[in-house]
Design a protein around this ligand. Structure first.
Ligand code: 5GP
Ligand code: ZN
Length: 122
């Protein structure tokens, strides 16, 4: 399946470099960059290089790179600790539809670092 884009989509424009972004990891099928309004330091977005509004409309090959990128970013952000009681963790979130708080109509996964401020780990 080939890359599908929407000329009016801000995330398609980011993939093409028409809108600047702080790029993190790019593969043949996916792209990641920092969120412009971060919930926490290092808040990243991971998007398939296929313009689909909701998860079920994106071919599997474009989704296949998403979790490996999330794992690499979690490691780069030093969030990859084991143990449920670790002072660092992260949320991997993906919203589908306005009713589920989706704003940008191009599938994206949020990787949101969670750090315990009391430990001094940032
Ligand atoms: P949603 O609510 O659709 O799941 O999240 C959309 C996310 O995209 C928001 O966190 C928002 O800050 C981010 N966002 C929207 N426009 C831009 C942009 O032009 N550049 C970047 N880097 N992030 C964006
Ligand atoms: Zn798009």
């Amino acid at each position: 399946m080939s890359i599908k884009q929407d000329a009016a989509c801000i995330f398609c424009k980011i993939i093409k470099g028409e809108i600047p972004s702080f790029k993190l990891i790019e593969t043949a099928h996916a792209f990641s960059f920092l969120d412009i309004q971060p919930t926490s330091e290092g808040h990243a977005l991971i998007i398939p290089k296929y313009h689909g509004g909701k998860l079920h409309s994106v071919p599997d090959e474009f989704l296949a790179d998403v979790l490996p990128i999330a794992k690499k970013l979690a490691k780069a952000l030093e969030l990859d600790t084991d143990g449920i009681d670790s002072p660092v963790g992260y949320n991997l979130l993906q919203n589908n539809g306005k009713i589920a708080h989706q704003v940008v109509d191009h599938v994206h996964f949020h990787l949101i670092p969670k750090r315990d401020e009391k430990t001094g780990l940032i």
